[in-house]
Design a binder for this molecule. Structure first.
Ligand code: SAH
Length: 348
């Protein structure tokens, strides 16, 4: 699979070896997508919370600094998973420095294009392909915003009276979802087992593996993690795979590698996976409630006081981040802490 565009390579692989699991299709599509562009911002495909307003990264920096102070100010590393343009970390570092926290920065990022953007925003950072390569000699404060939604999912589809794994087939460069082999009913959560025809259950083995790896580090080294993403608390039914291109929804089975493929994050499964490793889990709570508890209201007022001509746009950004009909409820925050670390702010 070396020559040609991603659709050509995937098509050839499927022709030779048969339909592939949705997770393999999504992993290949997103690896290509993120490697070949900076998708963020109004000229790109989607806008994330740190790109909406500096308040987001600053408040998370203050969240981290408060926790670090109450933990006794140990030497820590700051870690961000999938940092995009590096904006969240750059804003957080400014806020942390005011509290006397200036940690070394470690980014987990696979895209060379985005690594270059991150280097411009945070020149002193170190980069890793995988959480396995993170430092293992000190506590970690880990942040992941809109990271888990980009990780590959599996879908199980109810067809007739059996559950079957969704596969992706291809004909003439047209990709399409089909039902693959039967899945034993015993692996389906009991509450969903008898769902009607066409029902879909999603799982994300890659998210669970990364969640567990981070939680293991926190238990062994100390520290905390903050996961912010859009999602739900499963088990639940529903096909949440979506493609976004130019700020519009698109067909996830067209032009793999040119569109951002995401799925809603199952916070309950992630929490359980991390909890098994021994971290304390807080939340999830709505992003609106979380940012309000961290003081987004007073922060917006003080920013507007410093730049009166920007008052309206600061207020619009605040509303976009926290209102229930915008990002306030669908987006959620969840924290994991090492057993001996204090309880983080924002989860009352
Ligand atoms: N956190 C940023 C960017 C979100 S987009 C923000 O909020 O603006 C998703 C990010 O995760 C991108 O940086 C992308 O390159 C990265 N990413 C996606 N899959 C990844 C993987 N498997 N390993 C590491 N990084 C990944």
């Amino acid at each position: 699979m070396t020559d040609g565009s991603l659709p050509e390579r995937l098509s050839r692989a499927i022709t030779m070896a048969g339909p592939i699991p949705l997770s393999q299709y999504m992993a290949a599509a997103n690896a290509e997508y993120y490697a070949t562009r900076d998708p963020l911002g109004s000229a790109g495909d989607f806008t994330t919370a740190p790109e909406i307003s500096q308040m987001f990264g600053e408040l998370i920096g203050l969240w981290a600094a408060d926790l670090w102070q109450r933990a006794g100010e140990p030497d820590i590393c700051w870690v961000e998973l999938g940092p995009g343009r590096g904006t969240l970390t750059a804003d957080a570092l400014r806020a942390m420095a005011r509290a006397g926290l200036e940690p070394p920065v470690h980014f987990v990022e696979t895209s060379p294009t985005l690594r270059a953007r991150q280097k411009a925003a945070v020149p002193g950072a170190s980069w890793h392909d995988d959480v396995a390569q993170l430092p293992d000699d000190r506590p970690l404060i880990v942040v992941a915003n809109e990271f888990f939604d980009a990780l590959p999912i599996r879908q199980l589809v109810r067809a007739g009276d059996a559950w079957r794994e969704r596969l992706v087939a291809c004909q003439d460069l047209m990709f399409l979802p089909i039902a693959g082999k039967d899945i034993p009913a015993s692996v389906i959560p009991e509450s969903l087992r008898d769902a009607g025809p066409g029902s879909v259950i999603e799982t994300s083995p890659a998210s669970v593996a990364i969640g567990r790896a981070i939680a293991q580090r926190l238990v062994a080294q100390g520290g905390a993690a903050l996961v912010v993403d859009y999602g739900y608390e499963g088990p639940a039914l529903g096909d949440t795979l979506q493609a976004v291109s130019g700020h519009q929804f698109a067909n996830p089975y067209e032009e793999p590698g040119s569109r951002d493929l995401t799925a809603h994050v199952d916070f309950a499964t992630l929490a359980a996976a991390a909890g098994i490793e021994g971290v304390r889990v807080e939340g999830p709570v709505g992003q609106g409630a979380f940012l309000t508890a961290l003081g987004i209201g007073p922060r917006a007022v003080s920013l507007a006081r410093a730049s009166p001509d920007r008052t309206e746009s600061i207020e619009a950004d605040r509303a976009r981040l926290i209102d229930d009909d915008q990002m306030g409820s669908l987006f959620k925050a969840m924290a994991w802490t090492a057993p001996e670390w204090p309880t983080p702010a924002g989860f009352l």
